[in-house]
Design a protein around this ligand. Structure first.
Ligand code: ZN
Length: 114
């Protein structure tokens, strides 16, 4: 029997960010998102289908550069920094999810070391 292909769904989390999930059934996806976000099933905000991400069902992870190219913002991966990272910052830092400020800091560090 051929497995049903998973589809991508999303909901808004408590930080105003977006949670993605891949599931075969919409209702199950919503239940899973409620669990991830930590709210009740009926409280899941902005629950929707994300057909544009269906093709990532196998890894269940959309590459950062894809999200950024679609205009998404990601959180800076530097410790203790929660600034937003845009596509320009990503490119400027050599394809890392690092904000402009942290990138400038790390460049400064390299200068001092050299
Ligand atoms: Zn940062």
């Amino acid at each position: 029997m051929k497995a049903k292909i998973k589809k991508c769904y999303s909901a808004e989390n408590n930080d105003g960010g977006t949670e993605l999930v891949w599931h075969r059934h919409g209702m199950a996806a919503k239940r899973y998102l409620a669990m991830e976000i930590g709210c009740d099933f009926d409280e899941v905000a902005d629950f929707k289908r994300r057909p544009e991400f269906d093709s990532y069902a196998e890894t269940e992870k959309v590459p950062d550069e894809v999200l950024l190219s679609l205009g998404w913002w990601l959180t800076c991966q530097k410790r203790l920094c929660d600034s937003w990272v845009f596509e320009e910052s990503y490119k400027a830092s050599g394809n890392q999810v690092i904000c402009d400020e942290c990138n400038a800091e790390s460049l400064k560090g390299e200068d001092n070391a050299g």
